[in-house]
Design a binder for this molecule. Structure first.
Ligand code: FES
Ligand code: FE2
Length: 354
């Protein structure tokens, strides 16, 4: 089942009849790269002493991990000297050695060594704040507010204490959408019965007949922390026309910022909690690399955790088909049963604030 999604990615599917051009779509959206934390690699993919080239958020990044203390760093991939790709160089202690003339640059952008012993330039090379976050390497993008970090990602006490353990990850592929669509999803209450009213076999597009899902959604911003917003969904199944109360399930979805890192907490009655991170990394204005990364309380088996996450991923794919073909309406024609779209958009503006 896994291969079906990881190989194809989200874009390889029945294209529908005709697509609007990306140029047209892009002209309707807000800027593509709101400030915030974004996943740029899996921690396991960059070992001590290794470097990696990454392109996203309009940046070209050389990621590298120090040999001595294991800390990860992110600097502009192109050498300040003559522009060679530093990610193709060698890590020496906590510096990256350029493959062209052997200059060495550290994670703070300082040129630390030139083989000819020339005077070291004072100019600081572009670099970004980066860290490991529960198996993901995350980077702070500060295009609109270069003077400050708007928020930090929280510690996860259930994982830190060992109560909750790593259960799996899934590459959602590249999706041709703007990042704001994921936040819009949370306040678009009218789409739940239309798009998410049917049940799928987890991880597939196969619908299960005679079962309907009813949703009750809500959205609110945190009263104290400006960067936080919560989307809650209470769902219950209707089987052959009868509501089955004991199928009731609840999910709390926490937005840390504009959608780079979104945390899902699924509560399983009598068993505990599954925590899933869904990450969006803009690699172009209308292209998001999406990953899912999940943990569960030990009493919840790997299989059950995968079932729950797979349910969500199947539902998410239904949204993707809409997102990849839509524009952004600055003045949507809203009616009574729509959610707080304008409130969410006002909240979202802080990630573009000058
Ligand atoms: S281009 Fe990097 S040292 Fe010359
Ligand atoms: Fe949706």
């Amino acid at each position: 089942m896994w291969g079906r999604f990881t190989r194809g990615g989200a874009t390889r599917r029945r294209p529908g009849r005709g697509r609007p051009s990306d140029a047209l779509r892009e002209s309707t959206y807000p800027p593509p790269y709101p400030d915030g934390w974004y996943m740029v690699a899996a921690s396991a993919d960059i070992k001590p002493g290794e470097a990696m080239y990454v392109e996203c958020l309009g940046k070209q990044i050389a990621l590298f991990r120090s040999e001595s203390n294991g800390q990860v760093h992110a600097i502009d991939a192109f050498c300040p000297h003559m522009g060679a790709n530093l990610a193709h160089g060698k890590v020496i202690d906590d510096q990256l050695r350029c493959p062209f003339h052997g200059w060495r640059i550290n994670g703070f952008g300082q040129v630390c060594h030139i083989p000819t012993n020339d005077k070291l330039p004072a100019r600081i090379h572009t670099h970004w704040e980066v860290m490991d976050y529960y198996g993901m390497v995350v980077l702070y993008h500060a295009e609109h507010r270069p003077d400050r970090v708007l928020y930090r990602l929280p510690e996860q006490s259930r994982i830190d204490s060992g109560k909750s353990v790593y259960r799996g990850r899934h590459n959602g592929g590249e999706v041709r959408m703007h990042i704001i669509e994921f936040a819009e999803n949370a306040v678009d209450f009218q789409h739940f019965p239309e798009i998410h009213g049917v049940m799928h076999i987890p991880w597939t597009r196969i619908t299960i007949p005679f079962i309907k899902i009813h949703h009750e959604a809500s959205w609110e911003r945190d009263a104290n922390a400006a960067h936080l917003a919560y989307f809650r969904d209470q769902s219950v199944l209707e089987v052959l026309g009868r509501i089955i109360r004991k199928t009731g399930a609840s999910a709390k979805i926490t937005f840390y910022g504009a959608g780079g890192m979104v945390q899902f907490d699924f509560s399983i009655p009598n068993l505990g909690r599954i925590t899933m991170f869904q990450t969006h990394t803009p690699i172009a204005p209308l292209k998001q690399q999406v990953h899912f990364w999940w943990f569960s309380d030990k009493r919840i088996s790997r299989v059950l955790a995968s079932y729950v996450v797979g349910n969500w991923v199947s539902q998410w794919r239904r949204d993707v088909e809409i997102w990849e073909n839509k524009i952004y309406r600055k003045k949507p024609l809203l009616t009574k049963s729509d959610g707080p779209v304008h409130r969410m958009r006002r909240w979202y503006r802080q990630f573009y604030a000058k």
